[in-house]
Write a protein that binds this ligand. Structure first.
Ligand code: HH2
Length: 268
């Protein structure tokens, strides 16, 4: 169980050739492990390891290929670090392999909807799980970014995902919810959700947000993904004020410092 009385930064470790902001950066085991260790030194309280990009239009990766990408890194990090390791995958076989290698959280952008075996893997392992809001899949999600009542629909669709997870045997204490910034959302939707996040509090579960370097920040700032660290930190502080407690980001140090100030203000 992770204490959520203070904000927790989840550092992103993408072992993909094609992620939108850092694809292809970590092509060796040593490089990936070093990056993970650096993020923990900078204050990451969780590391999120992923082997498949979920950017709009991304190709599906074969599960064996995804396992080859993530397994050596999860194994090495789990033996060297004490922070929890999360596996960012939609596939039950990948999650199972990562959990067996020492991961303890499954971060599924499809909220267990992509692979019918996923709910059993999570329930059987006792792992934590992040249920993220999305519609469709990364291939077609942006066509589905149509809402009458954006926040109300995100809350009710997340509520259904939580109910499905619990019906499949996952304990409520293991569940974290995520509004899915940029997933089946336009930039305006992502901004509006960040500004109304407190309404997700109705679900009564911890909230994770993943605004890191995303295109809604590009629309505001007009800078490329790698220059969006300050914008990401600002989005995280606002999300913290709206009740979020876990922040999935690439730029750990900037976000951790911004959140430390936000938490100090809250305490004062
Ligand atoms: N965003 C991405 C991937 N996984 N998981 C959660 N829970 N929430 C998110 O917002 C989220 C996520 C996309 O970002 P990134 O990993 O940087 O890019 P890519 O999917 O291209 O690898």
């Amino acid at each position: 169980m992770i204490a959520l009385d203070r904000p927790i930064v989840m550092g992103i470790l993408n072992l993909t050739p094609d992620s939108f902001s850092d694809g292809g950066e970590l092509s060796t085991l040593e490089g990936a492990v070093e990056r993970g260790e650096r993020m923990v030194a900078e204050g990451a309280g969780i590391l999120d390891v992923g082997g498949e990009s979920t950017r709009p239009g991304a190709d599906l990766v074969d599960p064996d290929e995804e396992i080859d990408r993530i397994l050596p890194v999860v194994t090495r990090l789990a033996s060297r670090l004490s922070v929890p390791i999360s596996i960012d995958t939609r596939k039950a076989r990948v999650a199972q392999a990562a959990l067996a290698a020492g991961a303890s959280i499954v971060n599924d952008v499809s909220a267990l909807g992509f692979d019918p075996d996923m709910v059993h893997v999570v329930a059987g392992s006792g792992a934590g799980v992040v249920l993220m809001h999305m519609r469709g899949s990364p291939l077609d999600m942006q066509e589905r970014a149509q809402y009458q009542d954006l926040v109300g629909e995100v809350v009710s669709e997340l509520r259904r995902s939580v109910a499905r997870a619990e019906a499949g045997g996952i304990r409520r204490e293991a569940i974290v919810v995520d509004p899915g910034i940029g997933f089946a959302k336009t930039a305006a939707h992502s901004l509006r959700l960040l500004g109304r996040l407190e309404r997700l509090g109705a679900l009564g579960l911890p909230i994770l947000v993943g605004p890191s370097r995303k295109s809604f920040l590009g629309e505001v700032l007009d800078v490329p993904p790698r220059q969006r660290a300050v914008g990401t930190a600002a989005a995280c502080v606002l999300a913290y004020r709206g009740g979020a407690r876990i922040f999935r980001v690439h730029d750990v140090k900037a976000t951790r410092e911004a959140l430390a100030v936000a938490a100090a203000v809250e305490e004062a």
